[in-house]
Structure formats: C-alpha cells, structure tokens
Write a protein that binds this ligand. Structure first.
Ligand code: ACO
Length: 331
C-alpha cells in the first residue's frame, strides 16, 4: 500500500502485576523441578494478578505509561485495539471496558483474538487504519490474565504462563519519516487448532457443571508439536518480512519474538544466523504472557536502553490457532 501516511511508534508502556509464581512454587504443585523448567524453557518465574484484578486493570497501567511516553492524553486517541484471549468477560469487549476506564468515550474499540500473535495482528490492523488516513492515534494493547485459565495440576502447561500487559501508541506520520512500520505479514493454519485449546465457554461447550468437572475450562496443549510449529511459522513470517523489504538479517538491530520458550527463540535466531545477543528475551522473568509478551519485551528493552530510536526491529509471534505474524519497523 502506498499512501501519504505512515505509522510510527509514538510511545510504549508495560505492566506486570507484582505477585510471583516461582519454579519453587510450581515444584510444590506438580511433579517437576527448577532445573527441568529452566533447561527446557528458560523460565524462572512468572507474574500473577491477584484475584479481583482484571485484565483491563493491567492494560490500564500499561496504557498510562505508553501515553506518558508518547506525551499524549487518552482524549487524543482515535481507536483502541485490544489483543487478548483472557479478557474481563466474553462481552462487552475488553477494549470497550478499557475505553471507559481511561475516562474517554465515543471512539471505536474492539478486541482481537489471535492468542499469542494477537499483538502483532493488532499492530498490523492499526497500521492499515493509519495508512488509509482514517485515524491518527491508535492505542494497541496486548494484555492477559492467563493464570486464571491454567490448571496447576497439569505440569505441561502450568510451568509456562504468566500475567501482564503491554501497550503501544501508534501515530500518523509523514511518508518520508524514516522511523516507521515498513510491513507486517500474518498467517493462520486452522487445521492445527487442536494443538492449543480452551474447550469450554463458547457455543461448542457452554459453561455447565459437567464442563467444569471435566476440566474443560483449562488450557490444553500439545507442547512438542507447538514447539516445532512455532519455530517453522515464526521463521517463515520473518523470512517474508526480510524478503518483502529487501533487507538482510544483518541489517536488523533487534529481534523481539513472542516470549514462549528460550529454546524456541534460539531456534528462530539460528535459522537467520542472528546473534543471540540481539534477541530480546525476558522469558526468564515473565514466562509466556500470550498477547502481552511482544509489547512488554519491546518496552522493557526501550526503557533499559537496548532499543534506541532509529534502530531496525523485527517483531514476530506465533500463537494458538495456529496464528503467526511479523512486523518490521524502524523505531
Ligand atoms: N517437568 C518435568 N518433566 C516434564 C514436564 C515438567 N513440567 N513436562 C513434561 N515433562 C516430561 C514429559 O512427560 C516427557 O517425559 P518422557 O520423555 O518420559 O515421556 C519429557 O519431560 C519430555 O517432554 P516433552 O514434551 O518432549 O518436552 P519438551 O522438551 O518439548 O518441553 C515444553 C516441553 C516446555 C512444553 C515445550 O514443548 C514447549 O515449550 N512447547 C511450546 C509451548 C508453547 O509455547 N505454548 C504456548 C501455546 S501458544 C498460545 O497461543 C498461548
């Protein structure tokens, strides 16, 4: 698409709730140990929101930081896009709840359900709205309270997930601004949907006592298959980004991948002969926060001085669906 407008990242913010679940805590719940978890995933602890705190509360905190970073107030926003699979409730959308919490009204607001790829999907959607000239300033949030849907008797899943929120303010800029989003590439393979599911709560298995008794309100995962497909799909969408923009991996300053498992991140980096010290990884201190991992990792690296204005950054994610996405930008 070639228009007079392009999209820049005006500000970022993130928020992780203070409660922690350490590997030692998990050792007390299931048959596992710290060494196994660290070797297989890299994760040392994850954050957990207290009961009573809801997903839009985390998103609100991240948004306030992103607005401050952009030097903006909420009433300058034109649209809210909220990526989540663990929103406050099925309806109304978390985006609408967040709009109200921000003390603003009337601007459009909607949720995106693409699991861990949700934030990259949402950035791509925001970019299209800005390039088309429809909106100037868009809040894109990825937030999850995923620990509420995790069975702490299932060692396959409970070692992985944590809660958190990240937010970007993306804004219209002129076409000749060098610091813009260049492209995004999205994918989905519905045939692999059964690799990661939350069976109950929809029209297929409504919430009933039998569903609760069968544990169908917990996430279920085929970890080994997800692992292989995560490496394959993220490598594919990153290759698309490089090819489309005619850049080599040597020209990328930072890779910000979905923070699922350190070994997955390393495998994707190896695929592109990308040095590991240019891969932003905070998986050890956060675990997998689904749609929140990419914006939280990005914001963390901006605030600790690793990602600087003018640098080339490649975002990539995969998630249930199976979904995948990449986004190449100059920050
Ligand atoms: N502690 C100790 N042993 C364990 C544990 C555990 N927590 N979990 C599994 N094991 C055992 C298995 O039973 C198996 O034993 P066996 O060899 O006797 O059969 C052995 O460890 C190896 O199991 P694998 O499943 O092959 O282990 P793997 O190296 O694949 O690691 C893991 C498992 C960490 C889950 C990995 O596959 C992974 O990270 N996959 C990706 C998961 C992911 O990213 N999910 C996100 C979903 S996407 C979304 O949108 C939310």
């Amino acid at each position: 698409m070639s228009t007079a407008y392009r999209t820049r990242i005006a500000g970022t913010g993130s928020y992780l709730p203070p409660g922690l679940i350490t590997n030692q805590d998990i050792e007390k719940m299931v048959d596992t140990n710290d060494q196994w978890i660290v070797e297989r995933t890299g994760i040392k602890h994850r954050h957990k929101a207290d009961l009573g705190v809801v997903t839009t509360d985390l998103a609100f905190q991240a948004t306030q930081k992103a607005l401050a970073d952009a030097g903006m107030t909420a009433n300058q926003l034109d649209l809210i896009i909220f990526a989540t699979i663990t929103g406050d409730q099925p309806t109304p959308s978390s985006a609408c709840v967040l709009q109200h919490k921000l003390g603003i009204s009337s601007i459009p607001a909607f949720d995106i359900s693409a699991a861990c790829s949700g934030f990259v999907y949402s950035i791509s959607i925001a970019d299209q709205f800005i390039r088309s000239g429809m909106y100037k300033n868009i809040l894109v949030v990825g937030a999850e309270i995923i620990t509420r849907f995790v069975n702490y008797k299932d060692r396959d899943t409970c070692i992985l997930f944590g809660d958190g929120a990240g937010a970007f303010i993306v804004s219209r800029t002129e076409a000749n601004d060098p610091n813009v989003i260049f492209s995004s590439h999205l994918g989905a393979e519905g045939s692999l949907g059964d690799l990661f599911v939350l069976p109950a709560g929809g029209s297929k298995i409504p919430f009933r006592q039998e569903a609760l008794d069968a544990g169908e309100h917990w996430f279920r995962m085929k970890g080994r298959e997800i692992f292989k497909n995560a490496v394959r799909t993220m490598s594919a969408v990153c290759a698309q980004a490089l090819e489309h923009n005619k850049v080599t991996s040597a020209e990328i300053d930072w890779l910000v991948p979905h923070q699922a498992n350190n070994r997955i991140l390393e495998a994707v980096a190896d695929h592109f002969h990308f040095p590991k010290d240019k891969v932003i990884s905070i998986v050890h201190e956060m675990g997998n926060t689904s749609a929140a991992t990419v914006p939280v990792a990005f914001d963390t690296a901006v605030r600790d001085g690793r990602i600087k204005r003018g640098q080339m950054v490649l975002l990539t994610a995969f998630g249930a669906g199976l979904t995948s996405g990449s986004c190449l930008l100059r920050y």
